[in-house]
Design a binder for this molecule. Structure first.
Ligand SMILES: [Fe+2]
Ligand SMILES: [Fe+2]
Length: 135
């Protein structure tokens, strides 16, 4: 069963961003499924790598949009992305080095972070960017 399900409530009403969030949800689910099926470390590393890299692409996209349109909450938002990036990079490194294993706790951390970030931090730019003509 999927760990995280897309819900309409997640929509920031900007098509490109919604698509990216859906892809992040899908990658978290893929990682969770592979973990719970006990797939090999190499397979998990591959999915984790794709998640880390897609998150970076997504954060950069969002930041570009916010900056282009002069979103006032940009600095704080960018800082949240940076903290999460540092956190997942360190998880990735610890996992590679065998210092930690992917667990239900790690998966709930990823799931809860994305859920809270979309519903709070991302949702906060929605009206502003839409008013600037972003769709
Ligand atoms: Fe964000
Ligand atoms: Fe986002």
């Amino acid at each position: 069963m999927a760990l995280l399900a897309w819900k309409e409530e997640y929509s920031v009403k900007i098509r490109e961003i919604d698509e990216q969030h859906k892809k992040l949800v899908a990658l978290i689910n893929e990682l969770n499924d592979a973990m719970s099926q006990g797939q090999a470390k190499a397979a998990l590393e591959n999915i984790l790598g794709r998640l880390v890299s897609y998150a970076a692409t997504h954060f950069a996209n969002e930041e570009r949009l916010m900056q282009t349109h002069g979103y006032p909450g940009f600095p704080e938002h960018k800082e949240k992305h940076e903290k999460m990036t540092a956190k997942v990079l360190s998880l990735q490194q610890e996992y590679r080095q065998g210092k930690m294993s992917l667990s239900i706790d790690v998966m709930s951390f990823l799931k809860n972070w994305l859920d809270k970030h979309i519903l709070g931090t991302d949702m906060a730019y929605s009206g502003f960017l839409i008013s600037k003509g972003v769709k």
